[in-house]
Design a protein around this ligand. Structure first.
Ligand code: 2AM
Ligand code: CA
Length: 266
């Protein structure tokens, strides 16, 4: 890990996340402005934009040489992972935010020269703060999370969106349908970062999505890896944080290899 006072950066990032969470909760009383980006499923609200701008302004003031990549595009166009990079999703699970006012999270992953250092995921309505600093353990609301152990596939709960189990452009649905049959159950919570936090905290055993952006998984990857879990591309290869859309497969150790060998690569 590089020479920088990461505890200081962590405390600063945590305060920003808690402040942003308070802004989002207060917004429930006001009228939202809802737009869609490329299609009607891809929602963005005034709050997604406000929160991302808040992070960028505060980080730029405090650490002007750090780089920021945010979902709403107010950060930088990133071409390299050199230096410190903050991957920020101001509201992951925007559809849940709009439709349900719950089950969404703020996600902040901080990397240095491509190495994951700090991961923070905040379930704003449940008021659950998941965090990790590389080498110092992972925590939920200040309580240490246990190292992850393997689970038998028949006892595993897998996070997967229904779209990957039917015919689609990104994965052969015979692979996903056999996997879905093999596990104890599947869940789809509509927020990738929360689903990764659920693996870190032992509520789920695996998660597969064929299309995530780096701000969706940057924080969760740090938490899961800190606890011994695996987060890779769908073929087991390392994830490339500069790719804007990539498949992500995360699971407990052992289960990750088992699913890759017996289902995905078979
Ligand atoms: P969002 O709510 O921040 O947009 C839903 O299955 C999960 O996938 C959410 O974490 C959602 O993030 C993310 N997601 C939805 N559409 C996406 C896209 N086109 N590219 C990357 N991630 C996406
Ligand atoms: Ca997102």
């Amino acid at each position: 890990m590089q020479n920088r006072d990461w505890d200081h950066v962590f405390n600063f990032a945590k305060e920003l996340v808690l402040d942003a969470g308070e802004q989002i909760r207060s917004s429930f009383k006001t009228k939202l402005t809802i737009d869609f980006k490329e299609n009607p499923s891809d929602l963005v609200t005034n709050m997604d934009k406000q929160i991302e701008k808040f992070f960028i302004q505060k980080i730029n003031e405090k650490y002007p040489s750090d780089h920021i990549l945010g979902e709403e595009g107010y950060g930088e166009e990133l071409t390299s992972l050199d230096g410190t990079v903050w991957f920020i999703d101001p509201i992951d699970g925007t559809m849940n935010f709009v439709h349900m006012q719950r089950h969404f999270a703020i996600s902040v992953g901080i990397y240095h020269n491509g190495e994951g250092i700090i991961g923070i995921i905040y379930d704003v309505v449940a008021d659950d703060l998941y965090c990790a600093v590389k080498g110092s353990g992972a925590f939920v609301n200040g309580e240490a999370l246990a190292p992850l152990k393997s689970t038998e596939i028949g006892e595993a709960v897998l996070g997967i969106n229904a779209v990957w189990g039917i015919e689609n452009k990104r994965i052969d649905s015979s692979i996903t349908s056999s996997l879905i049959r093999a596990v104890r159950g599947t869940r789809s919570f509509g927020s990738a970062t929360l689903e990764l936090a659920y693996i870190a905290s032992g509520k789920m055993d695996g998660y597969l999505s064929m299309r995530l952006a780096p701000w969706d998984y940057a924080a969760g990857k740090i938490l899961i890896e800190e606890l011994g879990g695996k987060v890779s591309s769908v073929n087991g290869e390392p994830l490339q944080l500069l790719d804007k859309q990539t498949p992500v497969f995360a699971a407990k150790p052992g289960l990750h290899e088992y699913i890759l060998e017996n289902y995905i690569k078979k």
